[in-house]
Design a binder for this molecule. Structure first.
Ligand code: ATP
Length: 409
């Protein structure tokens, strides 16, 4: 095949892959077009039952790694609406611009009105979660008295009136971010920049992002945001091109400086303005990279999602071999109830034959299927089938919880 034809073939396959993922997400209740019954609203997507579970698992794994497992990180959940002075000081009112197709500059912040009548003022839906942390810097320091270096972390919605939202959940007008502002002494910035680069890579791998598709891009002077002295973009090889997945920026003392905030360094006995390293993650871009990394097919009719068990929306499905045998159903209900209480993310599936059930669970990325059959009634063992190998083992019902817990760690 000529190179040109090879490229065409590759492009076709990749756009088919996106179509397959979008269709699987809709069919199985992961992600729907926003306001679909009214023709949709560009740049908005709604998460269904399995999508919410996936999203929550991804956010929880991030919070656990970057907040709960550390002693130097403080959580925050700031309001989306902020005093417009925040956005003037941060430079967003003057500079958060994208070029329009006809060359005019356009501020991508959503303007909104706060209050009514003469009291009304113009404000904005936040275009990043970062400022919610900077404006709470003093509150956090006063409440917790942290010593440098320390960080603040937030997960929350951000809004950008993107001129051309596209590529499924990649570029939306309403999305979620997971961000950290890590406050340091200026002389330490390179050390913590490298440190967070590694932490980010480690987290990506832990949620099942295919690391062979991730590369680091050093962002040049001309392309960096106004506040950044160094930025590394983590790009992912999406079917529609290599595009930014997450970013890491050295924001210097820009933000605390413009908000006129400072810190008393007790160790050095002086007032100073800490510098900031900012790891920034888009939740939906993480989800898209996870979906693309997990997507596999036995054949085009049999897709399956190879989610890591820690982020799979459903950990295991419980089935009675036959749904018209009350003794099997009763036993299976008991097993289901116990596992549901322990893990929550457990499904009941008694529709169609076992083969069909396995396929259905494979398609939504359930790592294990547990079947209660006639042997169970006499020896209290069940079949547990592994999604990735198709292998089946028999294990004791009393050992199911510890078996699954071990696999989940
Ligand atoms: P891009 O160049 O793709 O527009 P950006 O450089 O403007 O992205 P940042 O301002 O660095 O993005 O935002 C931090 C993170 O938020 C990004 O790395 C990405 O994961 C996510 N993000 C930004 N814009 C969007 C969007 N419109 N839809 C979904 N996620 C987004």
């Amino acid at each position: 095949m000529k190179d040109k034809d090879k490229n065409k073939d590759k492009n076709k396959k990749e756009s088919e892959l996106m179509e397959k993922i979008v269709s699987l997400c809709k069919r199985r209740g992961f992600i729907f077009q926003g306001s679909e019954i009214y023709g949709g609203l560009a740049g908005t997507w709604d998460f269904g039952h399995l999508g919410v579970a996936l999203k929550n698992n991804i956010k929880q794994s991030w919070w656990k790694k970057f907040v709960e497992s550390r002693r130097d990180m403080y959580g925050i959940d700031a309001a989306i609406l902020m005093n417009p002075k925040v956005w003037e000081a941060s430079g967003h009112v003057a500079g958060f611009l994208d070029p329009t197709p006809d060359g005019k500059q356009f501020n991508v912040m959503f303007k909104t009105q706060v209050g009514a009548g003469e009291e009304a003022m113009v404000s904005y839906l936040r275009p990043e979660t970062a400022q919610g942390m900077f404006v709470n810097f003093k509150n956090t320091v006063d409440a917790h008295h942290p010593k440098l270096p320390f960080g603040m972390a937030q997960i929350g919605k951000a809004f950008r009136n993107e001129i051309a939202p596209r590529d499924f959940i990649f570029r939306q007008r309403e999305f979620e971010q997971m961000e950290i502002e890590y406050f340091i002494r200026p002389e330490d910035w390179q050390k913590y920049f490298e440190y967070f680069k590694d932490e980010m890579l480690e987290w990506m791998e832990s949620v099942g992002i295919d690391m062979s598709k991730v590369r680091e891009l050093e962002v040049g002077d001309a392309d960096r945001a106004h506040y950044s002295k160094r930025t590394v973009d983590f790009e992912f090889d999406f079917p529609f091109g290599k595009k930014e997945l997450f970013g890491l920026a050295y924001r210097t003392d820009f933000d605390l400086g413009v908000h006129k905030l400072e810190y008393i360094d007790e160790e050095k006995g002086e007032k100073m303005v800490p510098h900031v390293i900012e790891p920034s993650f888009g939740v939906e871009r993480a989800i898209l990279a996870v979906l693309l990394s997990a997507y596999n097919e036995v054949d085009p009719e049999r897709p399956f999602l190879k989610f890591k068990p820690n982020i799979a929306p459903v950990i295991c499905a419980v089935s009675p071999l036959l749904k018209n045998k009350p003794e099997l159903v009763e036993y299976a209900e008991k097993v289901f109830g116990t596992l549901k209480t322990e893990f929550g993310r457990v499904a009941w599936d008694d529709n169609g034959n076992i083969g069909k059930r396995y396929r259905r669970q494979d398609e939504i990325g359930t790592p294990w299927c547990i079947v209660i059959d006639f042997d169970t009634l006499t020896d209290d063992t069940v079949t547990i089938r592994d999604r990735d190998t198709g292998e089946q083992e028999r294990i004791k019902v009393s050992e199911l919880i510890s078996y699954l817990k071990e696999k989940l760690n």
